[in-house]
Ligand binder design. Structure first.
Ligand code: SF4
Length: 61
């Protein structure tokens, strides 16, 4: 199963990914975006979030 991975060093914390897929992304205690652990990352909202990251910092791994 592929999962979305963020480039934390480059992320500008715009939170668009969280707006589009709050079940998959959140701000962690350190103030960085993190991917939540899900059984399935195939839903359309997650694909939209990845597509709409303004810097293309979310990739599949
Ligand atoms: S959409 Fe991209 S740049 Fe914006 S918070 Fe999410 S990972 Fe960071």
């Amino acid at each position: 199963m592929k999962a979305p991975v963020l480039d934390l060093e480059c992320c500008i914390l715009c939170e668009i990914c969280i707006e589009l897929a709050p079940h998959a992304f959140q701000v962690n205690g350190a103030g960085f975006i993190e991917t939540l652990v899900l059984d399935d990352y195939s839903d359309e909202n997650i694909h939209e979030a990845i597509k709409n990251c303004p810097k293309n910092y979310i990739t599949w791994e």
